[in-house]
Design a binder for this molecule. Structure first.
Ligand code: ATP
Length: 443
């Protein structure tokens, strides 16, 4: 038996982090043994009311077990985990009380956009609520329906919208998974500049090849430390949890207050679906299309590309922050066939399909009009005869009946291209994970 606990929507853009709150909950519950790893589950990245990465937290706790192994350290005490449920589970009501105390102590209630909730359940709710919450817009009522079907109980504050993330997090049955070790700052340093050795983060992928999204070599940007004033020091993502503690130790930094390894859906593409009709706002899709116009670059360096697809015409957007990815988009021409991964978003310039990555499948021939060919009659150089692609020989009056083109070599090659590592979404599967991905594009 196990008891599933989910919590969400406790933080604000100016402080706190629900992953930290979970570490405090482990302390409040006096270090129960966890079933597997605690979970950091990213949900629909397109919802307008998320604070940052739409992360929801959960863990399953069990009774004492002799086979438990350490997966974290809080206040000098080890957090223990076992893969086997115990014969008895902790009391549902007592755990809800403890979790509520922690939320009341730590949640950023002052922020109008912070609407916490805690859920506790002896059974995992049906996994469908996870798939809906990672791909669609979900109502509080729908989440409550799934929770109550599993016999779960909850406590909520303000609008209590966190019930959606909290329920989805405990219901997740991984199709694909990754891990993240998160280390936290000492409390007195919160809000100050972080001391994390960027050069060490650049070495991580070579030293620990199963880790990913550590460093953006093109833009020389360390991706492991957040920029917000939250309690997180840095996080290292990977496919193999057993190397993450060593990876963390290899990065020089200010003193760590605590650390914990999470199981996550980061880097899985779980948010992406193949459309079965028209494309809807707030959803993320994988679509094949044909380039319908030359790419346009606007002020600010954003690049737009018209694409014809069997689900209608879309305007793909590669915004400035996608960095070098835009150079590939700019090289496309009408007739190219590409696969795109991204989201339907409403922005200042209307509805766009915001690109996360693209696969160039087939390249059209790039034909360039030959300037002034030789006259087939007298051999002299011909001249353009107006707006068409025709030519006229001024010497003998001969008109060419066909325009003359030459094929220009394409500068882009077929292959997979992703936005800069520093602007990648948490859920987006990075190039480093393509090889470990086994389950197929969509569910
Ligand atoms: P952080 O990443 O820093 O933890 P956040 O971006 O997760 O912050 P939250 O403060 O958790 O932001 O707010 C997200 C809110 O959106 C939560 O209340 C969550 O329950 C809700 N939510 C998550 N997924 C969906 C969805 N698919 N439909 C509707 N609401 C959702």
């Amino acid at each position: 038996m196990a008891l599933f606990i989910g919590v969400d929507d406790t933080d604000s853009a100016t402080g706190m982090c629900t992953t930290y709150l979970l570490t405090e909950l482990i302390r409040e519950l006096d270090f129960p043994v966890l079933l597997g790893f605690p979970r950091l589950v990213r949900l629909n990245p397109n919802i307008p009311w998320k604070t940052r990465g739409n992360g929801a937290l959960s863990m399953a706790i069990i009774g004492e077990r002799s086979d438990a192994v350490p997966i974290g350290m809080i206040g000098g005490r080890r957090v223990m985990s076992s893969e086997t449920p115990s014969s008895e589970a902790p009391c549902q009501e007592e755990v809800l009380e403890a979790a509520s105390r922690v939320v009341e102590r730590l949640a950023a209630f002052h922020d109008a956009n912070t609407n916490p909730a805690v859920v506790v359940s002896k059974l995992r709710p049906d996994g469908q609520i996870y798939w809906k919450a990672v791909r669609e817009l979900v109502s509080d009522d729908m989440a409550l329906h799934f929770l109550s079907e599993a016999g779960g109980i909850y406590r909520k504050w303000k609008s209590g919208r966190g019930i959606i993330g909290a329920t989805a997090s405990i219901s997740w049955v991984p199709r694909d998974r990754s891990y993240e070790i998160i280390s936290y700052r000492q409390r007195e340093r919160w809000g100050t500049a972080r001391e994390v050795n960027a050069a060490d983060s650049a070495k991580l992928s070579a030293l620990f090849p199963s880790t990913f999204s550590n460093y953006d070599p093109v833009n020389r940007h360390s991706c492991i430390a957040p920029a917000s004033p939250c309690p997180v020091l840095f996080g290292i993502r990977g496919n193999d949890p057993s190397v993450l503690e060593s990876a963390m130790e290899s990065v020089g930094s200010e003193p760590r207050d605590r650390w914990l390894i999470f199981e996550t859906n980061q880097g899985t593409d779980d948010h992406i679906t193949t459309p079965d009709g028209g494309l809807e706002l707030f959803k993320s899709y994988f679509i094949r299309g044909t380039v319908a116009g030359m790419p346009r670059t606007t002020e600010g360096g954003h690049v737009f590309l018209e694409l014809t697809t069997s689900h209608g015409a879309i305007t793909c957007a590669a915004f400035e922050e996608t960095k070098e990815f835009r150079n590939t988009v700019k090289q496309l021409i009408p007739g190219d066939i590409i696969d795109v991964w991204g989201s339907m978003k409403q922005g200042k310039i209307g509805i766009t399909f915001n690109l996360e990555k693209m696969a160039v499948r087939a390249l059209a021939k790039k034909l360039v009009k030959e300037s002034n060919p030789s006259c087939p009659e007298c051999g002299r150089r011909m001249h353009s005869a107006g707006s068409g692609a025709w030519y006229r020989c001024r010497a003998c009056g001969t008109r060419s009946t066909e325009s003359v083109f030459r094929e220009e070599e394409r500068t882009v090659s077929p292959g997979l291209y992703s936005v800069a590592a520093s602007s990648r979404r948490h859920l987006s599967r990075p190039p480093e994970r393509e090889a470990v991905y086994v389950a197929g594009g969509s569910r």
